[in-house]
Design a protein around this ligand. Structure first.
Ligand code: NDP
Length: 475
């Protein structure tokens, strides 16, 4: 599918509002201005425990064969002390620091200095300079979309090394996994702290900054909407997509190589995880221009949640299935393997088609066909901070007529498939589906809260027309 722009603000029907009784509720999208106690408590919890959760998962694989219970039993029975576990944990090494620095620098070079050439020869692919959505301050940023190219170059080099040059072992990521965790944390904290300081002292666009007055909330959820260095280095696009998502498939390949080294074969479950997650990653880069219109870019400010999350949480916890399969090589029966593959592919199809339907609908301003018919929709309006009124449409047919976030439902089906590939012996690989269910349900509620702030009573008309969020008839 080709990802394209929604209509640009200049192309939207807009006018200064003179009599707008919903002014206070509209034009204020983006993250919250005020912090409630529940949000603050959740944020403090995550700031304190998210790094520990990541460490716990990775350590339990390293020291306890991926059992999440055994470390607790050891600690509770006094069989081991925290210091015993900590002392057995690999420390930061020069080698890992060099690998990580080289990795991030390489991705920066690919992002900043190699303009996209893929869109010149790949039919339907949208790359090169593209515009993002209008921000609350009415700004439209330009982005160099070259993620697919970065992914291809990185993977071509990876395979060239593995099969021809042999500069380093393809198991290098697995072999340095914990030392690399410390490097990822250093970068994650450094970039989040830098983003906070930048928001106060030299923001890219002061009107798109939000200060709640609460240090922890601002640190976590970010102050600046689209922090940049120079014209092109966009923090959100870079950290969201690379190095984390480019690394995702390399990490899985490294796990497969480790299985080969340890057991002399790669199991079908490992191949399934590599293939299904590979499709998801490739889809992300094929649709990177579309990604400019997702919540991450359109609504979230850049703070620890995105900065640290992209550096640490994503590469370490989204790849748990592959890591687990290194310790527990599962060979699935043919029927199970086919069933899991089908679940993954159907989930991916729903995820992609739902996103595609919205993209097509918005790009053509509703002048398109969804399932062979003209789409049905609700007209709505919203306002930017300068009082300019914009018009938009919310589709109520196709998958968007089934539920308000059926794309999340497809995503969850795919996520479940990765986990099922690991069998039922341990709960660790199921972390992903539990996490994605919480993330996407919370995201759904967060998005709807924002959409209500943005569209006001028009959003209510929409929710009356499409009453379910994720599963028609149930939720
Ligand atoms: P969506 O792509 O669903 O975008 C939500 C936005 O779409 C709303 O804010 C609104 O924006 C617009 N919209 C809502 N309803 C309609 C409608 N009926 N018609 C037209 N436009 C509508 O959400 P995300 O950005 O969260 O997700 C994008 C994809 O990324 C999803 O498929 C999700 O599964 C995936 N994802 C994956 C994650 C992962 O970690 N693997 C994490 C997060 C997302 P507007 O203001 O323009 O009206």
């Amino acid at each position: 599918m080709g990802a394209h722009q929604e209509k640009k603000p200049s192309e939207e029907r807009k006018h200064k509002s003179t009599q707008n009784d919903t002014r206070t509720s509209q034009g204020q999208w983006g993250r919250a201005w005020e912090v409630d106690w529940f949000s603050l408590a959740s944020i403090l919890f995550l700031l304190m425990f998210a790094p520990l959760i990541v460490y716990y998962f990775i350590m339990s694989c390293d020291q306890y064969q991926c059992s999440l219970i055994d470390p607790l039993i050891d600690l509770l029975t006094g069989n081991k002390h925290l210091s015993d576990i900590w002392n057995k944990t690999p420390t930061l090494t020069y080698k890992a620091a060099a690998i990580y620095a080289l990795w991030v620098a390489f991705q920066v070079v690919l992002y900043l200095f190699i303009p996209d050439f893929c869109h010149r020869f790949l039919p339907g692919y949208v790359g090169g300079v593209q515009e993002g959505a209008v921000t609350p301050a009415g700004v439209v940023n330009q982005y160099e979309i070259n993620g697919l190219q970065a992914w291809i170059i990185t993977h071509v080099l990876w395979f060239a090394n593995a099969y021809y040059f042999h500069w380093f072992s393809p198991t290098v990521i697995f072999d340095n996994w914990i030392p690399l965790l410390w490097c990822a944390n250093i970068l994650g904290y450094a970039v989040s702290t830098f983003a906070m300081i930048k928001g106060y002292f030299f923001p890219t666009n002061a009107k798109d900054c939000k200060f709640t007055g609460n240090f922890f909330y601002d640190y976590m959820m970010g102050i600046e909407f689209n922090p940049r260095i120079g014209k092109w280095f966009d923090f959100k696009l870079f950290f969201n997509g690379r190095p984390g998502i480019v690394a995702w498939t390399l990490i899985n390949l490294s796990y497969a190589a480790k299985q080969q080294e340890l057991y002399g074969q790669v199991t079908n479950s490992m191949i399934l995880v590599n293939v299904l997650q590979g499709i998801y990653v490739l889809d992300f880069f094929w649709n990177e221009a579309w990604y400019l219109k997702t919540i991450d870019i359109c609504h979230d400010h850049f703070g620890w949640y995105l900065g640290w999350g992209d550096c640490v949480w994503l590469p370490y916890l989204y790849t748990l299935q592959g890591l687990y399969l290194v310790y527990h090589p599962v060979q699935l029966g043919t029927a199970n393997a086919i069933g899991i593959l089908m679940l993954g592919l159907i989930g991916y199809y729903i995820f992609r088609m739902t996103n595609h339907q919205k993209d097509l609908f918005r790009r053509t301003n509703g002048n398109c066909k969804i399932w062979g018919k003209k789409p049905e929709y609700i007209e709505c309006s919203y306002m930017s901070v300068d009082g300019t009124k914009y018009y938009s449409k919310l589709m109520t047919s196709g998958f968007w007529g089934w539920a308000r976030h059926f794309n999340y439902t497809g995503d969850l089906m795919g996520s479940l498939a990765y986990c099922l590939a690991c069998g039922f012996e341990h709960i660790l690989p199921y972390f992903y589906i539990v996490y994605m269910t919480i993330l996407l349900t919370h995201r759904c509620i967060r998005d709807e809260h924002r959409c209500f702030s943005k569209y006001g009573k028009d959003w209510k008309r929409y929710t009356a027309a499409v009453p379910y969020r994720l599963i028609p008839g149930i939720f």
